[in-house]
Design a protein around this ligand. Structure first.
Ligand code: 13P
Ligand code: ZN
Length: 271
């Protein structure tokens, strides 16, 4: 079967990164059934002047809001109700390439099959709109259900501002170094809702790259999907160290404030 990827190696490379991460999410146990979703802004990889919208497979569909910075942008999206383990195996049958229309309020499904995009599309597209608006080079949004981070979100004490950031940073130097903006908090809201989208942007605006959706999952942004995944993986590693210390019968000491400040200076970290 002909694929949009056949003549677009740069687009194929981005979508292969999505497939690789989808496989990791499944192996980690963070992607039960259809859990989680990924979108990537692939406008540069599709190439401008592309005539593909004339050949759209389906649409236009309403986004549900007008996102002025997304005019004519292209995205690869996991399909709603599709499994990460299937996305890993066959990304073009379990995800789709969509194009936003000129009115910035609708999209067409362009390739390779009519796979309706994720139910979290409002959050993802609102975040992409915000990223473009602030001139960010970030192209990927990842939502997943990392078991131990979600478990921590079931305790109000951990949902106070930067309590988890400091706890997770203190478990291992890598977390301080590679998740230098920490973990923002978004209170529980209906999955797929516009209010969840606005609250996510408000949290990202506080200068976080990863935010925890209470009793649900995380939402991460990055230059590409690999970078977004690595941050979540690192934060969850810290959560595992914390859990294992507690399971061994003690509360872990954690690195001291002075040790973490030292790291921040040595690595020239943003916070
Ligand atoms: P989708 O299958 O629609 O992407 O939903 C999965 C999910 O995790 C919702 O929050
Ligand atoms: Zn979810």
């Amino acid at each position: 079967m002909k694929s949009i990827l056949d003549t677009r190696p740069a687009l194929a490379a981005e979508i292969m990164k999505v497939a690789e991460v989808a496989g990791f999410l499944w192996e980690k146990g963070w992607a039960e059934r259809n859990g989680g979703n990924i979108t990537v802004n692939v406008t540069n990889e599709v190439g401008c002047g592309c005539s593909l919208p004339d050949k759209a497979l389906a649409g236009p569909f309403a986004i549900g809001e007008t996102l002025p910075n997304l005019k004519d942008c292209w995205f690869f999206c996991k399909g709603t109700n599709r499994r990460m383990r299937d996305l890993a195996r066959d990304p073009m049958a379990n995800g789709s390439v969509i194009k936003i229309t000129e009115d910035c309020a609708h999209y067409y499904i362009v390739a390779d099959a009519v796979v309706p995009p994720t139910s979290e599309l409002p959050s993802h597209l609102a975040v992409h709109n915000w990223l473009i608006g602030k001139g960010s080079s970030y192209k990927a949004c990842l939502h997943t259900h990392p078991t131990q981070l979600v478990a921590l979100s079931h305790n109000q004490a951990f949902l106070q501002k930067d309590v988890l950031t400091k706890l997770l940073w203190s478990m291992i130097p890598e977390t301080r170094a590679f998740c230098p903006r920490g973990l923002g908090i978004v209170p529980y809201m209906l999955p797929g809702s516009n209010s969840l989208a606005s609250a996510t942007i408000a949290a990202l605006e506080e200068d976080y790259d990863v935010v925890l959706w209470e009793k649900h999952g995380v939402f991460a942004v990055g230059e590409d999907v690999i970078e977004a995944f690595d941050m979540v993986d690192t934060l969850n590693k810290s959560a595992l160290i914390y859990r294992d210390a507690r399971a061994m019968g003690f509360v872990p000491d954690g690195m001291s404030e002075a040790q973490m400040a030292d790291l921040a200076r040595a690595f020239n970290l943003p916070k």
